[in-house]
Design a protein around this ligand. Sequence first.
Ligand SMILES: [Zn+2]
Length: 75
Amino acid sequence: MFLMRLVILLVIVAILLWLLKRVFSSEPEPEQLESTKPENMRQCKYCGVHVPESSILLVKDEPYCCQQHADLDQQ
Ligand SMILES: [Zn+2]
């Protein structure tokens, strides 16, 4: 009856692995939702182009799309 026990053990291990996989694969979902969340857009003070808030360049509290436009506007 050793083989029977081995098969039962393998089935139990397989179920446990499947459950673990389900737990781990369901976790990254909230992160994916966050990354697709619309980002706040800011307008470049110099050229008026819309840039996501994370990549905007702030010079003296004014938003710019790039260093060049910041330099041109601050002159
Ligand atoms: Zn600009």
